[in-house]
Design a protein around this ligand. Structure first.
Ligand code: MCN
Length: 789
């Protein structure tokens, strides 16, 4: 395709179309997993461990098995032959701990599945689960990553000899620039709280095994059906071609639905054993207790600053609390690893050293959660920068500006080897500060009085996104992050986009259609997206994650659409007796030289392609379909968040009164959807900053097992979020698009935490999130030079 044609497509995207999926979803016409019903379906309930760490002495299913309606009680011993879940990611030094679908000998977290009761309905299944007798021998539990890393700690896998499953030191840049005389060295330690994604729809699956054909079909609320198919094939021993995974509408995933769940394998095996459809719908308590959790890290930072205020070197130690398994999407490691590598972010430094540790504890296994790993290190660094600014007597915005990469320097290779392709680093911060009226706020802030005080926090960010293989490699990670898209026009001129990245609420049915509509020149109403079925879509082994769909899948959609457009033009040239070079397509009409009145409808050309053998003179393969593979170059979006918070020093209550986000995700496909993504992520981030934390007792019991205890924000706590856009198109991606789905969750917590520190008397170092009222009240009562309790 010519550059001119690409420029024209780029000019056609960017319309704020309302989401076409919304009328269906908002009027209750969506079909979620719990709505799928097959004749003869049995319901499943899991028997879960009440202990965080115990030897499993035995399971007695007899009483449960005798209950009316119960069809089977399955244990590790009675499930059909299977393999445990184990990750394919090949990172040197990661000690993998495969996870069984049901535990055979040792439980390692509260809520771990031990047995599965399958019954005619959910009531009987739950009643049966209560009657399964399990003999446990309790072992000491370890719930703190630092304690777990000690040689004296109780071991989750005695055969490994340690709970540390990964430990490595990485060094980048010029060690000669290490802290030198004349440089001041600042240090901090930050604890990112353990969070859970709380998708509105919990996890679950329905498995149906057809013994006659040897085919397994699984409906799952998953973010990656092709990856799940592969995992199920490996675990059940079936060839991948005999496993089909269908994704109905999904009510949110946020990363929690990336890993194949042990429960999904157990349910599939149960269906194979019983030769009946079996379904499991996770309840909220199960989701809060035993679904994967995320973001718990201890980040220790050291930063040296020279006499001019320039950052010279950074050191980081990141300890990631992996929970009980080095889980099957490498989640044990992905959090601390990505966290450590984003410490330098958009600041220019000469030397960076990081120590990365992933440590097993007796808690639910970790999985990715929006802003994977990055939230903690980003927050730690931005809090430290504000602290340095105060110590150095500088304005925090000025200090950041002084040390930031300039957009004119792109492509800019940072100290760890990330190549920032384009960006608006200082410009985004400037715009966000203007929108937040930063200068006048500082004046107004001087009038702060007891007990209500205002503070402002700044958080500029980079979001590595859209990961193709090159982007992953620049984060020193190995990831099969390529996609294919198949674009097919039928004989009526209607188009189906088949992609392997299902949507959980990101609006793909709208934005992928916008891309194809612009590339093909046909109205959006004539295009639909299929991303729901492994049998109908080309593989995406990564699925929907890593803010990659717009860049990777979207790029493949454009490439395949361009192929189909070329075929249409060749066939239309034959029909119109014109040269295809003189033809164009717009609004579904193929025309010569812009004269639409003399054109022919695309539907006419499409019918000829399928029915008129004569068109083969112009196009020997007139099937109007193309499947294209895409693995884009690395790309990074950026932006800046500024939060204004009001504290009540007496109660410790924090109210975020203003939240400004200026984002730069390159060429925007749909600004309404981009803003929606920021609104959603900012609301989640506000929860993470101020209230949400999975709390464990010392013996590993989850204390936040209902939404009364694990408090997510409501509309009342989320302010109006004001958004600004800057577009720095990427030179490395199709149409210059960059991803952005996670940026709010990376940057907003730091902005809020800095606003709170700014408002507190004496500005104590904040060393943990969430900033609950009791913590804020304690910080407020410290002596003015005090340290965080
Ligand atoms: N977009 C756009 N223009 C751009 C970039 C993106 O219009 N320049 C649009 C995209 O076309 C897409 C949306 O914005 O419709 C998000 O795009 P992208 O950044 O590519 O992210 P993904 O679509 O790959 O979504 C994944 C990302 C992640 S990693 C998590 S976690 C997440 C998120 O998106 N989980 C979500 N947003 C979520 N939103 C909802 N409602 N539910 C989830 O589970």
């Amino acid at each position: 395709m010519t550059g001119g044609h690409r420029d024209r497509i780029a000019s056609l995207i960017g319309a704020p179309l309302t989401r076409r999926e919304d009328p269906r979803l908002l009027t209750g016409s969506g079909e979620y997993l719990a709505d799928v019903r097959l004749p003869g379906t049995l319901d499943a309930a899991f028997v879960r461990s009440p202990y965080a760490h115990a030897i499993l002495r035995g399971v007695d299913p007899r009483e449960a098995g005798g209950l009316d309606g119960v069809r089977a009680v399955l244990t590790a011993a009675t499930l059909p032959d299977h393999a445990p879940l184990v990750d394919a990611v090949a990172i040197d030094g990661l000690r993998k701990t495969p996870q069984p679908p049901l535990v055979a000998d040792r439980v390692r977290y509260v809520g771990e599945p031990v047995a599965l009761v399958v019954a005619e309905d959910r009531y009987a299944a739950e009643d049966g689960a209560d009657l399964v007798f399990v003999d446990f021998e309790e072992l000491p539990a370890v719930t703190d990553a630092r304690t777990a890393a000690r040689s004296s700690a109780s071991l989750l896998f005695p055969e490994l000899g340690s709970n540390v499953v990964f430990s490595e030191v990485k060094r980048f840049g010029d060690p000669a620039k290490e802290p030198a005389s004349g440089h001041r060295v600042y240090r901090s330690e930050f604890h990112g709280g353990r969070a859970t994604a709380v998708p509105m729809e919990t996890r679950g699956c329905l498995a149906s095994y057809d013994a006659g054909r040897g085919r397994l079909t699984v409906w799952s609320s998953t973010q990656g059906h092709h990856l799940l198919r592969r995992r199920l094939a490996v675990s059940t021993g079936l060839p991948e071609s005999r496993v089909r995974v269908i994704v109905p509408d999904v009510g949110g995933g946020f990363g929690q639905k990336i890993p194949a769940a042990p429960e999904e394998v157990a349910v599939a095996l149960a269906s194979m054993a019983l030769q009946r459809p079996v379904r499991w719908i996770e309840d909220r308590r199960e989701n809060l207790v035993s679904a994967p959790q995320a973001k718990e890290q201890i980040v220790s930072l050291e930063m040296s600053v020279d006499e001019t205020g320039r950052f010279r070197a950074m050191r980081a130690k990141v300890i990631g609390d992996a929970g009980a398994y080095s889980h099957n999407s490498a989640s044990a490691l992905i959090e601390p690893y990505l966290s450590a590598l984003l410490v330098p972010s958009l600041y220019r430094i000469d030397y960076f050293e990081c120590e990365i540790q992933a440590v097993l504890t007796n808690k639910a296994p970790a999985s990715p959660y929006r802003g994977v790993g990055w939230t903690a290190s980003h927050t730690a660094r931005e809090l430290l920068i504000d602290h340095i600014a105060r110590e150095e007597g500088r304005d925090p915005a000025e200090l950041r500006r002084l040390n930031m990469i300039r957009s004119e320097e792109t492509p800019y290779t940072n100290v760890t080897g990330m190549v920032y392709d384009s960006g608006s680093f200082r410009e985004s911060m400037h715009e966000a500060l203007e929108m937040a009226r930063y200068r006048s706020f500082r004046q107004q802030q001087k009038g702060n009085s007891y007990p209500r005080r205002l503070g402002i926090g700044i958080s500029p960010y980079v979001e590595p996104n859209g990961w193709g293989s090159a982007g992953a490699a620049q984060s020193h990670w190995v990831f099969a992050s390529h996609d294919a898209a198949r674009v097919t026009m039928d004989s009526t001129g209607h188009v189906t986009l088949a992609v392997g990245t299902p949507t959980q609420g990101q609006g793909h049915e709208t934005t992928l259609v916008q891309l194809a509509s612009a590339a093909l020149g046909i109205p959006p109403e004539t295009i639909e997206v299929r991303s729901d079925d492994t049998d109908a879509t080309p593989p995406s082994m990564a699925g929907t994650r890593a803010s990659r769909t717009a860049v990777v899948t979207g790029g493949a959609v454009v490439l395949a659409s361009e192929d189909v457009r070329s075929k249409l033009l060749r066939i239309a040239g034959h029909l119109l007796e014109a040269s295809e070079r003189d033809l164009d397509i717009s609004d579904g009409i193929v025309h010569v030289g812009g004269d639409r009145s003399a054109g022919i409808p695309v539907a006419h050309v499409a019918a000829a392609a399928y029915f008129d053998p004569a068109v083969r003179i112009a196009e020997p393969e007139p099937l109007l379909s193309s499947q294209r593979f895409h693995d884009p170059g690395a790309t990074y979006s950026n932006g800046c968040v500024v939060a204004t918070a009001e504290l009540d020093l007496e109660t410790g209550a924090v109210t975020v009164v203003d939240l400004v986000a200026v984002e730069d995700c390159g060429s925007v496909i749909n600004p309404l959807i981009v803003e929606g993504q920021l609104h959603g992520a900012a609301a989640q981030a506000l929860g993470y900053a101020l209230a949400e934390k999975v709390a464990y007792s010392v013996d590993g019991q989850v204390l936040t097992s209902s939404l009364m205890d694990y408090q997510i924000p409501t509309c009342a706590e989320v302010p109006t979020i004001r958004i600004g856009h800057i577009e720095s198109p990427s030179p490395n991606t199709v149409l210059g698009v960059k991803g952005m789905g996670e940026s709010g969750m990376i940057a907003v917590p730091a902005a809020i935490a800095n606003a709170v520190a700014d408002a507190l008397p004496g500005h104590p170092m904040i060393d943990r999130l969430p900033l609950t009222p009791d913590l804020v009240a304690r910080l407020a009562s410290l002596p003015e030079d005090g340290q965080a309790p």
